[in-house]
Write a protein that binds this ligand. Structure first.
Ligand code: KMH
Ligand code: ZN
Length: 309
């Protein structure tokens, strides 16, 4: 019998900009509403970033998170997972401010330094709504998303050991699995490891089912029974790769952070629309979506009562 499937919805992120879709939520009330609707549609975990409420620019200001986190907590019981990746243009101190402040049940943890190239998105002709958008995207041709072993150890200590968070280990490359193994060997992480295989970011792995097969085999060798995997693929590969992941017994991540579309040439109207779509697919495969409390048990989370929201 296949286990319960955890559906993560990444609601807004820091990749897409407001001019790319009128449905990308960036005002706090829109982030809150779309998050709650996604949870009602079946999202088990909400992966959350914040944005400046006036410009939609990615923000790590705890005040910007405070404008939607309590509303989400009041409106649904989904697990709130705060990003520690923030935006690749932020330094680590900025990136960690929200999670240090709100002590969430879960945080993302990016398992290596890498290029994070968004500049091809600037080439599509569009009317830019805000001044920051185009230079932000173009500047990523000379940007390193810094996640050194020291950064990772710092996050594990301050958020894991000191605040009881568990992690979405974001692995964009094969080497990132070996880095996770290294931290397991140092005794700084404890199973079960929730590994998010990330495909389709320019600088990381391309979306290819053969690569997913290889990653699962490798994770089996490195972690045995001690891991579960989820898949996110940026852009148009989101649903095909999620479908494949679910077939293979994995978990899935969707959301407008990673993909703005619902079908070829059609913008998703909301995060909930993507969650509904993936839910129908995985239920058609015979999987059952985990409730937030089932996910809490599977992942060993501390519980919603222990977060500072
Ligand atoms: N949007 C993903 C490809 C994080 O928040 O820590 C990257 C991400 C990073 O989710
Ligand atoms: Zn994110």
């Amino acid at each position: 019998m296949m286990s319960k499937i955890i559906v993560t919805c990444a609601v807004t992120g820091s990749i897409h900009t407001p001019s790319m879709s009128p449905h990308l939520p960036w005002r706090p009330e829109d982030i809150a509403r779309q998050s709650i609707d996604a949870a009602k549609a079946g999202a088990t975990i909400l992966h959350l970033h914040a944005r400046d409420p006036d410009t939609g620019r990615p923000s790590a200001d705890p005040a910007h998170f405070a404008a939607f986190l309590p509303q989400i907590a009041a409106g649904c019981d989904a697990v709130m997972n705060l990003s520690t990746g923030g935006s690749a243009v932020m330094n680590l101190d900025e990136r960690l401010r929200p999670a240090l402040h709100f002590c969430p049940e879960m945080c993302s943890l990016n398992m290596g330094s890498m290029n994070f190239a968004l500049y091809p998105m600037a080439d599509k002709p569009r009317d830019w709504r805000f001044d920051w958008e185009e230079p932000f995207l173009r500047g990523t041709d000379d940007l390193v998303f810094k996640n050194t072993p020291r950064d990772i150890a710092d996050i594990l200590r301050r958020l894991g050991q000191e605040r009881g968070a568990r992690f979405e280990f974001e692995c964009y490359d094969i080497g990132h699995l070996y880095m996770l193994r290294h931290f397991a060997d140092r005794g700084l992480v404890r199973p079960p490891y929730f590994i998010q295989f990330v495909f389709g970011v320019l600088g990381g792995m391309g979306a290819d089912p053969d690569t997913l097969d290889h990653l699962i085999r490798l994770a089996d060798k490195l972690f045995g029974e001690d891991f579960m995997f989820s898949v996110l693929a940026a852009g148009r590969h989101q649903l095909p790769m999620a479908t494949r992941a679910a077939e293979l017994g994995g978990h899935v991540r969707v959301g407008l952070e990673d993909n703005l579309m619902i079908a070829r040439g059609e913008l998703a109207r909301s995060n909930a629309q993507q969650v509904t779509h993936v839910r129908e697919i995985v239920e058609g495969q015979g999987r059952t979506v985990a409730t937030p409390d089932e996910a809490r048990a599977l992942l060993g989370l501390k519980g919603a009562g222990k977060v500072a929201v």
